[in-house]
Write a protein that binds this ligand. Structure first.
Ligand SMILES: Cc1cc2nc3c(=O)[nH]c(=O)nc-3n(C[C@H](O)[C@H](O)[C@H](O)COP(=O)(O)OP(=O)(O)OC[C@H]3O[C@@H](n4cnc5c(N)ncnc54)[C@H](O)[C@@H]3O)c2cc1C
Length: 343
């Protein structure tokens, strides 16, 4: 039973004349979850920090904090960071704040990274396959979640484009949430369950919690600027193999190459999980996030447009928008929106 009066929410206007684009990106997905661990290779300390699946934007500061703790154990304060997505930039900034001289080496820079495609929801979704997450991973995951959440709370405001927003997940049956929600209740305030007749959605059940939302394009620009302003160097370079990495002058390397770690470090568990979204014209009055039917469809309202997702296609490397998926997403959202109760 909801603790509050009837919930009224504006509908998303899903119509063909409001479509302004399609976005496709490849999540760096590992069924066993992300990798944060040190490894000594030919005398060089390599700290891995990759494989964040569908939560790399939100979890970046958390896993980078764990990577930093490993880097602080080394004597040298000179460090190379591989990769210039959200994970590489957050690692670079944290290292700088702890006295490191940092150079980022990357093939692609913002805005041409997967991180720039992220919808911007702070939520540990698509972290890994629940059955494959070990107790050791879940412990590391919780530490990363708390660090990341605390860091993003400190970024709330227009400068970084981070804000609090309500998220609603709806389903015909009970709304399932991942196992780790129960481990971290303090990270999901305003939690409430709504039954039939207590919400405006055309499904029987809805579940709400407060979370943070990141305006991805502006956020990526802001953190790249922070890194450069603090004296960080960014070098455009593609590594073809691990040998080229071990030849770098820096004695410590933090590996934030996302999906690139599959080839570079031979991690065959790492897969692309393709995500496609349709972008509609912005609708400033829509200020809630929506998940429909166990992750099949979602809606994220951003300043630059309403993002309608989505897909999660394992093992697909193609980043060309798929018209059939675009149609499924569009029709699914249109039917949902048309059948929502009017505010
Ligand atoms: C459709 C979609 C929606 C998403 N929504 C969200 C969301 O709402 N919230 C969220 O938290 N996450 C979301 N994600 C997931 C998020 O985008 C990823 O988890 C995140 O971008 C991973 O960050 P990263 O820095 O590890 O990788 P990337 O951003 O891919 O950066 C990797 C860097 O490594 C470099 N690199 C790779 N290989 C090499 C090489 N051989 N040599 C040199 N450089 C190399 C690249 O050039 C790049 O600079 C979404 C993803 C998609 C596709």
């Amino acid at each position: 039973m909801s603790p509050e009066a009837p919930l009224r929410l504006p509908r998303v206007q899903v119509s063909a004349d409001r479509v302004i684009g399609e976005l496709v990106g490849l999540r760096p997905y590992r069924p066993g979850g992300f990798v944060v661990r040190p490894e000594v290779m030919d005398g060089k300390l390599v700290i891995h920090n990759y494989g964040h699946g569908g939560c790399g934007l939100g979890f970046s500061w958390g896993t980078s904090q764990l990577a930093l703790e490993e880097a602080l154990k080394a004597e040298s304060r000179e460090c190379a960071v591989l990769g210039c997505g959200a994970v590489g930039l957050s690692a670079g900034i944290l290292l700088q704040r702890h006295g490191f001289q940092v150079t980022i080496y990357a093939r692609d820079l913002p805005p041409n990274t997967t991180s720039n495609i992220a919808g911007g929801l702070w939520l540990p979704y698509f972290v890994g396959d629940e059955g494959s997450l070990t107790p050791a991973f879940r412990e590391q995951f919780q530490a990363a979640a708390r660090h990341a959440h605390r860091h993003f709370r400190s970024l709330v405001g227009s400068h970084y484009g981070v804000r609090w927003v309500d998220s609603y997940f709806t389903a015909e049956e009970r709304v399932a949430v991942p196992c780790y929600f129960d481990d971290l209740p303090e990270l999901f305030p305003r939690a409430a369950a709504f039954g039939p007749g207590e919400h405006p959605f055309p499904r029987r059940h809805a579940r709400r919690f407060g979370t943070m939302q990141i305006q991805t394009p502006g956020y990526m620009r802001a953190i790249e600027r922070d890194f450069r302003t603090a004296g960080g160097r960014i070098v455009v370079r593609e590594f073809r193999n691990v040998r080229q990495i071990l030849e770098l002058a820096e004695p410590t390397v933090v590996n934030c190459t996302g999906l690139g770690s599959r080839e570079l470090f031979g991690d065959t568990e790492l897969l692309p999980a393709r995500g496609q979204m349709t972008v509609l014209l912005p609708q400033p009055e829509v200020d809630y996030i929506l998940g429909i039917d166990a992750e099949a469809l979602y809606m994220i309202p951003r300043e630059d447009g309403i993002l309608l997702g989505g897909t999660f296609e394992r093992g697909i490397w193609d980043t060309t928008p798929n018209p059939h998926e675009a149609e499924r997403i569009f029709q699914g959202h249109r039917t949902f929106s048309d059948n929502m109760e009017k505010p």
